[in-house]
Design a protein around this ligand. Structure first.
Ligand SMILES: [Mg+2]
Length: 271
């Protein structure tokens, strides 16, 4: 029986990881089945490279991954015949972001960014362990910062960043200075890589791309695949996809919903 190649992209927080305790174990049955079938699972999150790398090890995942909301794609050695690990940046690099921020600081902008904090200070600020704070500081294309100026000054700051093709995105605790990209850029890039690879291997076997996410920041990633799966969560009602996309919505939240939906899709495609 012929069956298409499958490729899965997944958000982490609130999707594969539980919103409250960050556990993924409820998704273990589906994860094991993906691994056994050799179906790539591309993790795509706001987390940094070392943060996602640590989780990949825990999951036994060896596939390429997307860091910092699409700032960069990490391609492990051998994934596409590459001789070394590769990092592909989208939008501005972290060096560029820091350069623009420093320039703004010289001009009077008042803020405190991850680059200004030791791992110890960041740990105190966020409640992370010092080791985890160290991993959060190792960044490729975004700089979280705490604004210390007035609201009017913030507006001027934002305009100055926009002139340098940077933007500010509000997160839970920090403002994130970053280039113009989102989670879909990395997903589309890898989708093309896999398509090429499978075409070389066995010609015309179709590739079906699946993405799972729980929030508006997953919207574009969900729209760029064949089967979007919205995992139930605190913001999932805000994710609205075109009816033609036939989005699947999980009944259960987080990893339980993830497990259920991925197992259903695997059965549907003959895995
Ligand atoms: Mg999420």
């Amino acid at each position: 029986m012929t069956r298409p190649h499958l490729l899965i992209f997944s958000d982490l927080d609130g999707t594969l990881l539980d919103h409250d305790d960050y556990c993924w174990q409820a998704a273990a049955p589906a994860l094991a089945k993906l691994r056994a079938a050799g179906i790539p699972l591309v993790l795509n999150s706001s987390k940094t490279l070392p943060e996602i790398r640590a989780l990949r090890e825990e999951l036994g995942n060896t596939d390429p991954f997307i860091v910092e909301n699409g700032a960069a794609v990490v391609i492990p050695v051998g994934a596409f015949g590459n001789a070394t690990d590769e990092v592909v940046n989208f939008g501005a690099t972290r060096e560029r972001v820091l350069e623009v921020l420093e320039d703004q600081r010289q001009k009077g902008a008042r803020f405190w960014g991850f680059a200004d904090m030791s791992a110890q200070a960041l740990a105190e600020e966020t409640g992370l362990t010092i080791a985890a704070a160290g991993r959060a500081k190792e960044r490729h294309g975004t700089e979280p910062l705490i604004w210390q100026g007035t609201d009017d000054e913030l507006e001027i700051f934002e305009t100055a960043l926009a002139e340098e093709k940077l933007r500010l995105v509000a997160g839970g605790r920090f403002l994130h200075a970053m280039g113009v990209f989102d989670k879909a850029d990395g997903a589309r890039f890898l989708l093309n890589k896999y398509r090429e690879q499978y075409r070389e291997q066995d010609g015309d076997e179709p590739l079906v791309a699946i993405a799972l996410g729980d929030s508006p920041n997953d919207q574009q990633m969900l729209e760029s695949v064949d089967i979007p799966v919205v995992i139930r969560g605190v913001n999932s009602e805000q994710v609205q996809l075109p009816a033609a996309k036939h989005a699947m919505r999980s009944l259960k939240p987080g990893p339980e919903g993830w497990n259920e939906c991925v197992l259903n899709i695997l059965v549907e495609y003959g895995y």
